[in-house]
Design a protein around this ligand. Sequence first.
Ligand code: NAD
Length: 420
Amino acid sequence: MKEQLDTIISDLKAIMGRDAPESANASETVVGSPSYAIIGTGMMGREHIRAILQLKQARIVGIFDEDAGSVKRALREFTQSGHEAPAVYTDLDDLTDDKRVDAILICTPNFTHRQVFDAIKHTGRPVFLEKPMATTLEDAIYLAEASLSYPSSILLGMQYRYKSQYQLALDAINNGDLGSVKMISLCEYRPAFLPKVKEWNKFAVYSGGTLVEKCCHYFDLMNRIAASLPARVFASGGRALNFKDFSYNGQSSDIDDHALVIVEYENGVRGQFTLNMFSEELYEGLTVSGNRGTLRAEERASFKPGRRSSSKITVEVPGHAAYDGFDCTFPEAIESGGHYGSTLFEHVRFAKRVQGQQSDGASCAEGLWAIITAWIAQESIRTNTVVDVRETLARLGLDPFSEGLIPDINQRQTSDETNP
Ligand SMILES: NC(=O)c1ccc[n+]([C@@H]2O[C@H](COP(=O)([O-])OP(=O)(O)OC[C@H]3O[C@@H](n4cnc5c(N)ncnc54)[C@H](O)[C@@H]3O)[C@@H](O)[C@H]2O)c1
């Protein structure tokens, strides 16, 4: 497992260092690299800008944002790192008319994703769409269905799967190291939601609700590990402390800050997720048990400047090389590359898609089912009942079960017989 981590790191370092010797100009990109345009240059759009500039696999030729402050802050990213400033489009038509653009990144707030995609889809160019793909199940299904006939790849911004501990955990689980997975336990402890432009993340109508907005990452991981579809969900949650007196433009904040979610999967796997958003520091934990043993992965991090993250993984399977656990924190040059390095790995996947190659970046079907799991959990909180997924979707007149909308869930052998 340690060797695997070394390979992951050295492969990324090779890309970061490719054709760009120490003496090269910071703006030097690999010859023939594709050109990107970015819509939405707020906090996440700028993280993408930094990652793309750091990787040098693509150049950013243009940006568009409705907010002058966001544009200014984005341009600063280019000047501060010695890169040529991109064009600043005055509207989306300007961007879609720019013949240089090979791929488009949508990094606007959740409630705008469908509308922005509709405005650019006639280009047919590869798209990177931030998570969650939508705020409603209807819009998520609409986008997932649109992706099936879209002429290029659409990759979703579910980059947590590339955090060090999760890359290793997913590989170990898919290799069958734990045998047949039976139980999954995930948790996130962190401080409250950060400030946003026009504070869209304080309102469920704009974010989709806390479990959709923030936690689709964890339901994506849980769904992948369970390798099945959620069947029943029970959740309890609410707002204990955060934003109780917060209002913006006369609207009071209505988002939850803690939750406990239990998911029963169609194949019998049981999962649980704990969210707490009134912690001082960040902590993520994953425990997965199969018929051969248990894997534990964790990450400690901080929003406070100058504090590095640290990750650890342990595989309690007799004879396993990681039985006693080891520190799997990425080296600083990678870890500093956004969300503890995961954003860099996500861009390597996106660059491959843009070049017409396959990559294991999140698909719209995976994004859709992450949202369905999260949305059903919120429905369980609202109704204080166990919610049956198929019954509820049928009652709402929604059908996310057709071909192409169900993620590839048969990625590994899960039978007890093959992994005694
Ligand atoms: N993958 C992750 O881990 C992660 C982390 C944070 C945010 N996000 C996602 O990234 C997206 C953006 O979040 P953020 O944190 O950058 O928010 P933000 O408020 O910091 O930035 C959003 C930007 O979009 C701009 N904008 C809004 N509507 C627009 C439109 N129609 N056209 C052009 N620009 C528009 C705003 O002016 C703002 O500058 C959200 O979907 C969010 O959920 C993902």
